[in-house]
Design a protein around this ligand. Sequence first.
Ligand code: AMP
Ligand code: MG
Length: 319
Amino acid sequence: MVEKSRIIAADAAGITAAVARLVAGGIVAVPTETVYGLAARAADADAVARIYAAKGRPGFNPLIVHVADAAQAGELVTVDALAARLMAAFWPGPLTLVLPLRPGAAVAGAVTAGLDTLAVRCPAHPVMQALIAGAGPLAAPSANASGRISATTAAHVAASLGDRVGLVLDGGACAAGVESTIIAVADGRWQLLRPGAVAVEALLAVAPLAAAGEALAATAAVRAPGMLASHYAPRQPVRLGATSAGAHEFHIGFGAITGDASLSPAGDLAEAAAALFSLLHRAEASGRAAIAVAPVPETGLGQAINDRLRRAAAPRDGA
Ligand code: AMP
Ligand code: MG
């Protein structure tokens, strides 16, 4: 019989139940400061396989491992001086570092999809910290069906994954609302793999680049294998840069462009990031034939917002 998914409060009793489930090899949807994650113990190959199955995630797309602190990261990956500096500046928080995997590290092979690197992050969310303290490092991709809109509330998780996740810990709406920024660090240099909740400008302030534009070079030797053109996709087509919209479109506004609902009437990018996936879910559920989105500036968190919007608007496989 298929187990029905249960949403429970992320209070002390909820955390105890979630830790028990994780330690027993189960998967749990969990709140983080970025988006909801679908967590399993990183060392448990069967549990990690359950994550891929529940999401319908392709096996070539590796998972981020969430750790308690930089010391725990150091048990799994090699941390050079630059990586240590970035961890000290941004952890706990929404920065993921891709670093050389330590041979023999307690990480199931499927977590890295066979790569010799591992993506690690130390979450700031107290619930996620409590789960890691109880169950050890947790592999946790976003808690949505692969390729679909990410979840920033427990209700989004249940709508996207249905009965494929047995337990959802409800910690309220996610504060940042977009996924972590992912960088690769090697040979004393860093490179952006995915814009996210830490603005690139903030990274540059801590770790300037040797040459202008070096971090953003398209010739990147390292890539995030999961960065597919179509992702975060609602059912309807999505049109970007829309200063006005037709009656058949749900119009997502920003700043002076009001729309049917606004990412941020004040034009605040942090507010817009926090509202982004929620509004995409709302637009999808609106029953309109299409979705139109007002222009969002490319600076600061706008880079992450526009990355998600471009993928939401990209042609879909088989479409
Ligand atoms: P998600 O957890 O769904 O937000 O996606 C995690 C992202 O991290 C995907 O785009 C992965 O491709 C990327 N990622 C995870 N591990 C690695 C790695 N070892 N090297 C490069 N990218 C990675
Ligand atoms: Mg994702």
